[in-house]
Design a protein around this ligand. Sequence first.
Ligand code: ATP
Ligand code: MG
Length: 237
Amino acid sequence: MAKQKINKDRKIFEDVFDALTVRTLEKLKSKKHFAAISGIIKSGKEGQVFNAVAEDDTPLAIKIYMIETSSFQKMQDYIKGDRRFFSIGNNKKKLVYAWCAKEYRNLKKAHECGVSSPNPIAFLGNVLVMEMVSDNDQPAKHLAKTKLDNPKQMYDMVLSEMKKFYFDAGLVHADLSEFNIIIRDGRPVIIDVGQSVLLNHPMAKKFHRRDVENIVRFFNKFDLNLDSEEVLKEFEK
Ligand SMILES: Nc1ncnc2c1ncn2[C@@H]1O[C@H](COP(=O)(O)OP(=O)(O)OP(=O)(O)O)[C@@H](O)[C@H]1O
Ligand SMILES: [Mg+2]
């Protein structure tokens, strides 16, 4: 078991830290955007999120998008139709870099507009450095894994963040669910905004409906009796 785990960790390490990514990390480090990486929070097929620290020991999260394993087709659906990213063409590395830049820009916009979301620090290539959202000195847990004492109150807070994201930041999240909301001090924090699109994106309406349906489905498990059509109307104002 231990040996299998070591082999698996080594495979992840080799997949993520290819020579180009290592150089990118070195550049970000030399510009003092972070001081050290200390562990892994989440490993996925397309990207990994690591614990890190800044020069002054502030905890950070570093997300590294993997170029080889990213789903080219899926990413293109979100980038195509976004006027901020015209000239990507069919180059996978360029697409992943654009995706990472897009997550940085979306986070920046959301954060500036007062959405509860991680403050982005820097990005380069396929690497994004951001604020670590912690709860009790641990990376904050997903909404899905949080025991809710007052689901209606949590729903109201989530809806309020969704409205700020939509009306103030002018974005549709496009992958919103109980797994892309984490809980800090009992309040929701919206994460994972790489795929988020501007309101004028040709698919924005469809993505927005799906986000609303996901949130309604989750909270209706707590007998809130929400109706997606009614919730969608709140976004027409
Ligand atoms: N800034 C952050 N602070 C704390 N934890 C974070 C932060 N960013 C990401 N995480 C953790 O890392 C996980 C993966 O991050 P994120 O959802 O952005 O990446 P992803 O690769 O798109 O994941 P998935 O495909 O599972 O949605 C999150 O579910 C969360 O647990
Ligand atoms: Mg996610």
